[in-house]
Design a protein. Sequence first.
Length: 370
Amino acid sequence: MQAVMLYIAQTLALIRKELLALLKDPSSRALLFAPALMQALLFGYGATYDLTHAPFAVLDLSRGAASTEITARIEGTGVFKRIATLESSAQIPEQIDSGKALLVVTFPRDFENRLSAGTESPMQVILDGRNSATSGAAAGQVAAIVAAYIQSLGGNSPVTITRRAWFNPNFESRWNLMPAMIASLSMLQTLMIAALSVAREREQGTFDQLLVTPLTPSQILIGKALPAIFVGLVQSTIIFLIILLWFRIPMAGSVWLLYVGLLVFTTAAVGIGLSISAVSLTMQQAMLYTFMLVMPLMLLSGLLTPVRNMPHVLQLATYVNPLRFGIDIVRRVYLEGATFADVAPSFLPLLAVATVTLPLAAWLFRHRLS
């Protein structure tokens, strides 16, 4: 019993030392939490695929009632803003190339006559493909406006489509992106803190002193890991509260299950960070290795593009990426209200990564190459 108490006391002392090293400097404290706050707000407002402002130009060679009505309906949505009325097709490239217009709507000279005769009446929408997501959304909305106008003239369609979206009723990209930020943004600094923890002491010459103390590798591992995990969970909480209270994205699932998932995910991320730190001789090396790793982790996480759309080889590679499963757990619990049984398969890869990286880091603490 006495040995257990001594083990706990020594470990707590090391944890206290690590926390003091992280929090004693006011500027360091600000850097731990301010970026999470700022990045959550920036992603919430800046990183959106929703169509809220679409400047467009019109080339109306028909000059009839139909083309005028369709143009008015497009402007009447409040999303599209007409910035130019063109006189010839030669003016179109300047509007698109300069980025002034997201799209140019063109009505041919015989548009009105063809429409009156009941024959095919082609109109052209020229899009700026440099922003494919927004352009695609704009094209879809213009097509819906034209279809509604044709139907108002008596055009009959045998099929009526009613659109309904589960988990995101208004199709807001923010609802899909922001819950993923709970895992993504916290991982960036958690990985960095863990990666620098041992490298910093090694560069300062204090890590060798730590190795000759009575502390075991497991105590050093716990003392290095818990402060980073704590910081990661605090950052996740900041982002979570911003999403819930500021952006008003309702949470459908259990808070405790969300934090269980975040705890396991953060532990796996810290394991990777400590392994990087253990093989790095300097802080510069640790930062370089971390930056090299972060981008592949983000790209293969499903944050911006679905994993199922990736080549099969890359899909297999994502199984060693904790961020993929951290995002999956957070999104499903937050938006779907998933239960533990629903997300349990995502816990297994995270536990596997933590089981491999944490003991590896502990072994490297004692057996690193000088």
